[in-house]
Design a protein around this ligand. Structure first.
Ligand SMILES: *Cc1c(COP(=O)(O)O)cnc(C)c1O
Length: 388
């Protein structure tokens, strides 16, 4: 190498050392999932509060059987993108179930939530357009906004008046406008005011995109956060994932038929990426059926979360996700270690996933968490984490 040049490995080592010094270096840990919500790490069985498998459906006998049957019949990989030869018959069945669940004309399944948002947004808006996005929106909504090259303005978290002011000032000078938010915020667990956002979006001729990754299957009788309030929010673009409460993999957009047809023509992450393995589609269909058959079971994770927040003297849970903000990254790491010593797996969440000095424990509640263990966790958090 010529003098003065930096090798890639040298560059990487320096970057990693900087992260290490800030307690922000991340490493992958092998986690074997036992029967939910237990996981095995380093040979130890830990009760996990860090899985988004809210209903334990990733391990449910009927969901597993559906996936196995699909593999037996169709094999493993899809072999090509949906527009080539990957458009398996199970897609149509899954998409009609999703559209029915959300009350839309049609639905389109994508390879993952990240692929969905990075495909949907650039397919709808471009350089002459405006995107108004919540400051805490998921990383992939922001990635989609960047790929769209639209003017993107962030509004303060859940601040409808701020979003309205941005639309009032900037809507007129742009061709189209998109308002984008999570339905349930993935790191805070609070809900977006979807009804009000839908109202201001409509008034300013903007389209509302709600990402319901953490609402589908567990809020609004399993239909998601748009159906959690007394009157369902009128949302033209319902996005969500198959990988959390449904226990499978993939994501969807539910919308008008024309919008869905446009996705198949314009969403690059759908057109140029291999279709999902048929087993994932079969598993998602089985999961949707289970949720529809037993809405009381679908409501359990939220009631577990509420039991926890009451016992831990925290504000009442709005979803299955409960944040316990502890401060610095080092604080979050040491709180997580303390809980691990007690047999709980709670992965600490650090910047840049959350703002500086709001590093936290993020607890995800499942229908299957034993109530006694929830009480023990609440007591430990109350006595030894939030009280320090
Ligand atoms: C998990 C998540 C995604 C990404 O979905 P994947 O299928 O895991 O890629 C998107 N949006 C939100 C709000 C999420 O929580």
């Amino acid at each position: 190498m010529a003098p003065g040049m930096t090798s890639i490995a040298q560059y990487a080592r320096e970057k990693l050392a900087q992260l290490q010094a800030l307690d922000l270096r991340r490493t992958l840990q092998v986690s074997e999932r036992a029967e939910p919500p237990w996981v095995i790490r380093d040979g130890r069985r830990l009760l996990s509060f860090s899985c988004n498998d809210y209903l334990g459906l990733s391990q449910h006998p009927r969901v597993r059987a559906a996936a196995i049957a699909a593999i037996e019949r169709y094999g493993v990989g899809a072999g090509a993108s949906r527009l080539v030869t990957g458009n398996h018959p199970l897609y149509g069945e899954l998409e009609s179930r999703l559209a029915r669940l959300k009350g839309t004309e049609a639905a389109c399944v994508f390879g993952s939530g990240y692929l969905a948002n990075t495909g949907i947004i650039p397919a709808l808006v471009g350089a002459d357009d405006l995107i108004v996005v919540d400051e805490y929106a998921h990383s992939c909504l922001n990635a989609g906004a960047r790929l769209a090259r639209a003017r993107t303005i962030t509004y303060r978290h859940n601040d409808v008046a701020h979003a309205r002011a941005i639309l009032a000032e900037h809507r007129r000078t742009h061709r189209h406008a998109l308002v984008a938010t999570d339905g349930v915020f993935s790191m805070d667990g609070d809900l977006a005011p979807l009804g009000e956002l839908a109202e201001i979006a409509r008034r300013h001729d903007a389209w509302l995109l709600a990402d319901d990754a953490h609402g589908l299957g567990v809020l609004g009788n399993g239909r998601g956060s748009a159906f959690a309030a007394a009157a369902p929010a009128d949302i033209p673009l319902h996005m969500g994932t198959l990988s959390k409460a449904l226990g499978s993999y993939g994501a969807y957009l539910c919308a008008d038929q024309a919008v869905i047809d446009l996705m198949k023509n314009r969403a690059r992450t759908l057109i140029y990426s291999t279709a999902l393995p048929p087993a994932m589609l079969a598993a998602a269909i089985a999961a949707i059926d289970l949720i529809a058959q037993d809405p009381a079971y679908a409501a359990l994770p939220l009631s577990r979360a509420r039991a926890f927040t009451a016992l831990a003297d925290l504000p009442p849970a709005a979803s299955c996700v409960v944040p316990v903000v502890v401060g610095t990254a080092a604080d979050a790491l040491s709180a997580a270690r303390l809980l691990e010593d007690e047999g709980f797996l709670v992965v600490p969440i650090r910047p840049p996933t959350v703002p500086a000095n709001t590093a936290r424990l993020r607890l995800a509640f499942s229908a299957l968490h034993p109530e006694g263990e929830i009480a023990r966790l609440a007591e430990i958090i109350k006595q030894r984490v939030t009280r320090r």
